[in-house]
Write a protein that binds this ligand. Structure first.
Ligand code: GRF
Length: 211
């Protein structure tokens, strides 16, 4: 049997995107979520992981330097020998102490079409701006918050009369499709970051054999 494709998921909250990964890609021995790490105790995401029989860990920031937290986090994650690390609602800035340990292997999910509306309030800002199209971005995580190159983007229409709840619900639906899709593409070796122009990401078509 081929080795499993090992995925670690980092969470901080409700974990609806983790649930989508559990429902759509997680398969012991296949694309396998080998650990879920939370920045907070007691969050619903941890319950979802436990419900699926996935080992969990909590690595909080409280009361210590970010670099110290990130060193511990890197050890916890590295112990799982991950092929991919997915930030699925991980609400805490990561430093190079963590990111440099997993080059081109950490991806983040953001509820806008970056570079529009980076940061914590992307959906509210899209509404405040009056944009007619917003969306979802899966991108490589880098030290600049929500600043790494996009891997997949999906537009979501903003309807006249939308409030934050209505738009959030539509954005979540798109996220729940896009994150599993990104993980499947990585596992198939179809995500290629250009070695020269590091901002460019190529998705190799499904009918092209991956070298
Ligand atoms: C998502 O909107 C994601 O884009 C953002 O945090 C939210 C996490 O939601 N980074 P959940 O915890 O997966 O339900």
């Amino acid at each position: 049997m081929a080795d499993p494709y090992r995925v670690v998921v980092l969470v901080s909250g409700s974990g609806s995107n983790l649930q989508s990964l559990i429902d759509h890609v997680h398969e012991p021995g296949g694309i396998e979520i080998v650990r879920v790490v939370s920045s907070k105790e007691g969050v619903l995401a941890l319950e979802r992981a436990e419900g699926a029989g996935i080992p969990t860990a909590v690595v909080p920031l409280a009361g210590r330097e970010r670099e110290v937290r990130d060193a511990e986090l890197a050890e916890v994650v590295a112990a799982e020998r991950p092929d991919l690390v997915v930030l699925a609602g991980w609400m805490s800035i990561l430093t190079g102490v963590f990111l440099d340990r997993f080059p081109d292997r950490v991806i983040n999910l953001h509820p806008s079409l970056l570079p529009s509306f980076p940061g914590m309030h992307a959906i509210e800002q899209a509404l405040a701006w009056g944009v007619q199209v917003t969306g979802v971005t899966v991108h490589f995580a880098e030290e600049v918050v929500d600043g790494g190159p996009p891997i997949l983007q999906e537009p979501v229409a903003v309807m006249y009369g939308d409030d934050a709840d209505a738009l959030t619900a539509r954005i979540r639906e798109a996220e729940h499709r896009l994150v599993p899709e990104a993980v499947r593409l990585f596992a198939a070796g179809r995500v290629v970051r250009d070695p020269v122009d590091r901002r460019r990401v190529r998705i190799v078509p499904g009918d092209v054999e991956v070298q």
